[in-house]
Every structure is written in structure tokens, then in C-alpha cells.
Design a binder for this molecule. Structure first.
Ligand SMILES: Cc1ncc(C[n+]2csc(CCOP(=O)(O)OP(=O)(O)O)c2C)c(N)n1
Ligand code: SF4
Length: 240
């Protein structure tokens, strides 16, 4: 009895009561999915359609592994998308290797993806590689925390920002693209196709705020402008 699954209260009660009758069937659960208007949908739709081999990572976007996209082939731990993707590029036969992409969220990238990008530059696979950074300006999956790529502190006040495109260019990557996914636009598909065919190292930053924080972002921007204004107004004029 119960060789698999979880011991919940109902099961423990049954055990204590010596009840060995078959368990009642549970109602079917609803599989988790990306929000309806999430910009990740376009990205994973394209990856699915292009039959890319996708080394994935951890965040909301891991849901790209599930139907209807089924467009994530590996997910190991935070930051693993780069190491796994590069490994696949090195060992797979050329026809498969050229379809490999790594995909990572903005927060995961600053947490533990940057070292993988350094590795990509230092030990480049012969056919190049493509990294997609999903920059939704937040850490959505764990409750919308800020991170060094948002330019806001954990209290949402303006601070220094790690600019991913500058970082990638600074590391010597020449193919760096920033794309805003929009309904009806095939820009992402075009850029991805070009990068995959180029045989070079490429970074594509897909930038669009998570829809669940879009309103708050406007408020943070307003507060930042107000704070800047107050700072300028309070600066004493130089003595003439
Ligand atoms: C070592 C480790 N620390 C923390 C977590 C919890 N965690 C899950 S996803 C995630 C970050 C997700 O943010 P992002 O990459 O920006 O993706 P988003 O959810 O915004 O799509 C974190 C910190 C984890 N899975 N592993
Ligand atoms: S919370 Fe944001 S990032 Fe996550 S699925 Fe919804 S829209 Fe996409």
C-alpha cells in the first residue's frame, strides 16, 4: 500500500484505521501554464516551430517544456542552460548541434548564467551558439523580486543596472540583438533564424516586462523621476 506518492492526512487516517479499500479517484488537476498574454508564448511557439534543441533553465519560462509548446529539452539547475547547451553544441553531430539554443531568464542569468557566457566566449563550439535571455524586468516565478538587471533595489528604488547587451558586447560577442516580442511580429523568428545560420556566437535579448507587473513598473518610474527632480531642486545654486 502506498509504495508511491505522498503521505497526506487522508492516507494516514486510512492507514491508522486499517482501511485497505481502493482509494477514491482524485479529480484531474489542471496543468500549469504561462499566462495568456505572456510574451514567452511567442518565443516558445517559434522554438517549437523551428524544432530547436533547447537547453532550458528555471523560471516561469520552464513552462515552455509543457504542451502546447514542448520546446525545452533540458532543465537541470539555475544557470545550467549555458553549460548544457554548449556541451550539446560540442558533442552532437553538426546537423543537430546547429539547432541547439540555450534559454535563460534575466534573474537566473545574473544569478548564475554570466559565468556560462564567459565559457561560451572562452571555449566556443565550432558552429557557434545562440543564447536567448528572457528579460521581463523581474523575477516572476518567485514573486516578482528585483535583481541587478532591473536597475531597482529590492525596495524598488532606482540603482545601477547591469545592461545585458553591453555585458555581452563587452565580452566580445558580435551578434547581440534586442527584440521586443509583439503580436503579429515575426522579428524574433527572423533574428533567431539569422543567428542560428550565422555559425557565430550570438545573444538575443527578448525584452518585454511581465504583464503582471506592467502597472507597478510605471509607478516605480514615476517615483524615480520624482526622486531625481527633488534631488535637482534641493541642490544649492553655486555662489556668484
Ligand atoms: C539554487 C536555486 N535558488 C533559487 C531557486 C528559486 N527560483 C526558481 S526560478 C527563480 C528565478 C526565476 O526568475 P527569472 O529567471 O527572471 O525567470 P521568470 O520567472 O521571471 O520567468 C528562482 C530564484 C532555485 N530554483 N534554485
Ligand atoms: S507571471 Fe509574467 S512571466 Fe510568468 S507566465 Fe505570467 S506573464 Fe509570463
Amino acid at each position: 500500500m502506498y509504495r508511491f506518492g505522498e503521505f497526506d492526512v487522508a492516507r494516514v487516517r486510512r492507514l491508522l484505521a486499517g482501511d485497505v479499500t481502493p482509494e477514491p479517484t482524485r479529480p484531474p488537476g489542471k496543468p500549469p501554464q504561462l499566462c495568456d498574454a505572456c510574451s514567452y508564448r511567442q518565443v516558445f511557439g517559434t522554438l517549437h516551430q523551428m524544432q530547436a534543441i533547447v537547453a532550458g533553465d528555471i523560471g516561469c519560462y520552464t513552462l515552455g517544456a509543457l504542451a502546447p509548446f514542448e520546446a525545452m529539452d533540458t532543465c537541470v539547475c539555475m544557470g545550467a542552460s549555458l553549460g548544457v547547451g554548449l556541451g550539446l553544441r560540442h558533442v552532437l553531430p553538426f546537423e543537430q548541434a546547429r539547432r541547439v539554443v540555450s534559454i535563460i531568464g534575466d534573474s537566473t542569468f545574473v544569478h548564475s548564467g554570466i559565468s556560462g557566457l564567459v565559457e561560451m566566449v572562452y571555449n566556443p563550439p565550432p558552429g557557434g551558439h545562440v543564447l536567448i535571455i528572457l528579460d521581463n524586468s523581474t523575477t516572476a516565478m518567485t514573486g516578482h523580486q528585483e535583481h541587478p538587471g532591473t536597475g531597482r533595489t529590492l525596495e524598488h528604488r532606482a540603482t545601477g543596472r547591469v545592461v545585458f547587451e553591453d555585458l555581452a558586447r563587452g565580452l566580445g560577442i558580435r551578434e547581440v540583438h534586442v527584440v521586443e516580442p509583439r503580436l503579429g511580429s515575426d522579428e524574433f523568428e527572423q533574428v533567431l533564424t539569422r543567428c542560428l545560420n550565422s555559425g557565430e556566437l550570438a545573444v538575443i535579448i527578448v525584452r518585454r516586462p511581465c504583464i503582471l507587473i506592467a502597472k507597478q513598473l510605471k509607478e516605480y518610474e514615476r517615483q524615480a523621476q520624482e526622486a531625481e527632480c527633488a534631488c535637482v531642486c534641493e541642490t544649492p545654486l553655486p555662489a556668484s
